[in-house]
Unconditional design. Structure first.
Lengths: 432, 328
């Protein structure tokens, strides 16, 4: 026969191709469908899969060692699936709707609640009933969703505070400011001494949120922070206005051109003694090497409104969730229980000394000076906040909040327009 | 080829029907039958047109119309169709009235387009004309000028970040302002767009130059000679003779530049994620759709705005082309 008689085959091929394409297009257009029917379950297995977002070598090795210890203790196997840290967060939406690992890394606060309320992660109240003695009430609250059940096992946390070099301060005779006025006085003095009083960087878009948070809960208190983040308060109201007005008063003491600088560079300004103070999380220590680490110290943000004093500390919690339908539910719960133990957490923070264990039973004797201080500050706090981008709807944090703060830092005099923009966007996002 | 040579093979459509010795009476009928394609031809044509069309529809039109559809919704990307809430034109209204980043992004996209249409095009044409004069080392210049085009725009972003750095960067050190009063090229929202455009233009110029150079090589030297014999000077020869001959190249350059202008994304994304003076519509689409909790409807509405702008250019261009074809 001639070649053309073979045409039915290309036709069939086309149909098959088409079918595949339509299926492909459908899946691409509708990530939700991909999740249907993908829940394995069924088969009995002794392996627990673990979704890890610690992609840097040191923390990755540390968490691997912790999981190895669990394997030895329980006889179960852990399959680790590591993803690059930022990528993990960007893909979490599709990850949780697809075939997530049994146990997976995540953050406490609104970011946990969002997925818990969508039914994408598993209820851990059973595990919590066994481990709740190891956690302070504030940590339980941060792991609880609006239905009163827990969805996260806290692992490690780190506080935000004003960091400084002890040697520099001793040499110049500076003292820790207890109030806003003292902070202003100290900053003025530093400026006269030729130092940048407050190192500052906002290129990554989030460090400035830390400054906003501190001023906000010092001025308006913990509950206002919670309500504002939940979209229940007005960004154009007088309370938010006062936060920005205070910030405006402090801005001349901040390092200039913050929008073009990354926090690592600002941390180096502190490390080199060019800047006197830096408000950041304790991970700032990652930029300090050897003996410099011991020279680093911090104090909680000074009091502004006596009604609230220094009762709130921002101390984001990293932990683990369980997927909605884990392949090995028993193993997953066992692993989560293990991760709540002081032994597991201490083994991890030994490798990453900018964090402290979340368990209140963890022995602090093995900590370095900074970790001891961190643990103490967290313990003394009446309220713990997570961070602006962990306490509010990510749709608001990533766009309206980031760009609003950037615009303020660029043009503090445009405050009216900026706050109107943020308030308008909050209204389109918090519609519930 | 066996099929076409076999006696039973259908006539190719190009073959005039009358050549196969028809009887006068049956001429009309035969011609009609021959114009109507044989089943096998239909099948071949159907496959050749059908497969690309279906691929095109599935990969271009379905997603495009899907975006248009989703732009009327409010959806966080979790769950299926049942979870999509339809909100009509609300996204568009909010974007146009309440979204502080929209109008800057819109303006930046237009500035981007205008800049690319003017600066790299003129510079590329100038370089092409110079290189066409058979300079010594012409090929080296040509390669050097084309080299940036080999780099991805993201990489161009990284390279120029080193040049623009306030304290350690090349530019401020050459200007001598690095230690005294460094210009924050990429951090100052009043100038960073233009700083980035210089980088994007640096890459685009080489491409335009190559296109014009190819066009110039195909210009018949006899035309220029004739103009010279008629007493035209160099300017007149270029603007009256050479440039009109380059018209097809101009159209290609226009299309390439418009595409380049509207798809701009990677260079600003590597510099500062498209914030603080570098907003572009493409960045806003990405910001709203990718990430932890996406606003699919909102992002789709932004994508539709970008689509409408592109359509404006495409329709104008097609209109021009078809009108010329009609005239020809």
């Amino acid at each position: 026969m001639t070649r053309f008689s073979a045409s039915p085959h290309p036709l069939l091929g086309r149909r098959a191709l088409l079918r595949a394409m339509v299926a492909g297009a459908g899946i691409a257009a509708l990530p939700g469908l991909a999740a249907c029917g993908s829940d394995g379950g069924g088969a009995v297995t002794d392996t627990v899969s673990f979704g890890n977002n610690q992609s840097d070598q040191v923390p990755k090795d540390a968490i691997t060692a912790v999981l190895k210890a669990f394997e030895g203790e329980s006889g179960l196997k852990v399959a680790i699936n590591t993803k690059q840290h930022e990528q993990y967060q960007e893909q979490i939406n599709n990850y949780l709707q697809g075939k997530p690992d049994d146990v997976l890394s995540w953050f406490a606060g609104y970011r946990m609640r969002f997925f818990a309320e969508k039914g994408l992660t598993g209820d851990l109240s059973e595990v919590w009933s066994k481990v709740s003695g190891g956690y302070e009430p504030a940590l339980k609250e941060a792991s609880t969703a609006s239905d009163g059940k827990q969805y996260l096992i806290p692992f490690v946390q780190y506080p935000w505070g004003v960091f400084y070099r002890k040697s520099v301060w001793q040499q110049r005779g500076y003292e820790q400011p207890k109030t806003l006025d003292q902070l202003v006085a100290l900053s003025t003095k530093m400026q006269a001494d030729g130092l940048v009083p407050i190192a500052f960087a906002q290129k990554q878009g989030w460090p400035g949120m830390g400054t906003f948070d501190q001023l906000n809960f010092r001025i308006n208190g913990y509950q206002f922070h919670v309500d504002l983040m939940a979209g229940k308060e007005d960004w154009q109201g007088p309370k938010v206005r006062e936060v920005f007005d205070t910030w405006k008063r402090l801005l001349p003491f901040h390092q200039e051109n913050a929008l073009g600088r990354e926090w690592q560079e600002a941390a180096q300004a502190l490390q080199q003694g060019k800047a006197g103070m830096y408000l950041l999380g304790s991970f700032v220590a990652q930029q300090f090497k050897g003996p410099d680490v011991d020279d680093l110290d911090f104090f909680p943000y000074p009091e502004i409104n006596p009604e609230h004093g220094q009762d709130t500390v921002e101390a984001p919690i990293d932990g683990f969730m369980m997927s909605r339908k884990p392949g090995n539910p028993e193993g997953a719960r066992k692993l989560l229980e293990y991760l709540s133990t002081p032994a597991a957490q201490l083994a991890y923070v030994k490798a990453d000394p900018s964090q402290v264990a979340a368990s209140n039973k963890a022995e602090t004797t093995g900590y370095n000076a900074l970790q001891k201080k961190s643990a103490q500050v967290i313990k003394e706090a009446a309220h713990i906040t997570q961070f602006l981008d962990r306490d509010t709807d990510p749709r608001f944090a990533s766009d309206a909040a980031t760009n609003g703060l950037n615009a303020f830092i660029q043009n503090p005099d445009d405050l009216d327009t900026i706050l109107k923009g943020m308030a308008d966007q909050a209204k389109t996002i918090f519609t519930g | 080829m066996t099929a076409l040579q076999s006696p039973q093979s259908p006539r190719s459509p190009a073959e005039p029907a009358g050549t196969s010795a028809p009887s006068p009476t049956s001429r009309r009928g035969r011609r009609r039958r021959a114009t109507a394609l044989a089943p096998r031809d239909k099948l071949v044509l159907g496959l050749m047109l059908g497969i690309p069309s279906l691929v095109h529809i599935a990969l271009v039109w379905v997603p495009a119309l899907g975006s248009v559809g989703l732009s009327f919704s409010s959806w966080d990307g979790i769950g299926g169709f049942a979870d999509i809430e339809w909100v009509g034109f609300q996204n568009y209204v909010d974007i146009l009235t309440r979204y502080p980043r929209f109008w800057p992004a819109f303006r930046h996209n237009l500035i981007w387009l205008l800049f690319l249409l003017v600066v790299p095009t003129v510079a590329g044409l100038l370089l092409a004309v110079l290189l066409d004069r058979q300079l010594r080392f012409g090929r080296i210049y040509q390669s050097a000028l084309y080299l940036p085009m080999v780099l991805s725009l993201a990489l161009v972003g990284f390279i120029w970040q080193l040049i623009y750095q306030p304290e350690q960067g090349l530019l401020n050190n050459v200007l001598g302002t690095a230690s005294t009063d460094p210009v924050n090229w990429l951090g100052d929202p009043d100038i960073n767009l233009y700083a980035v455009l210089v980088a994007a233009g640096w890459r685009h110029t080489g491409y335009i130059m190559l296109l014009y150079l190819a066009g110039l090589k195909s210009v018949d030297p006899a035309l220029k000679e004739a103009a010279a014999l008629d007493g035209a000077n160099a300017w007149q020869t270029f603007f009256r003779v050479t440039f009109p001959v380059l018209k097809p190249v101009n159209v290609v350059v226009l299309v390439v530049t418009v595409i380049e202008g509207l798809r701009a994304f990677d260079i600003v994304y590597v510099i500062n994620k498209g914030r603080n003076g570098l907003e572009l519509l493409s960045v806003l689409v990405t910001d709203n759709i990718i990430g932890e909790s996406s606003r699919i409807g909102w992002g789709s509405a932004l994508a539709v705005v970008l689509l409408l702008i592109s359509l404006g250019f495409i329709i104008t261009y097609l209109f021009q082309v078809f009108r010329e074809e009609d005239r020809a």
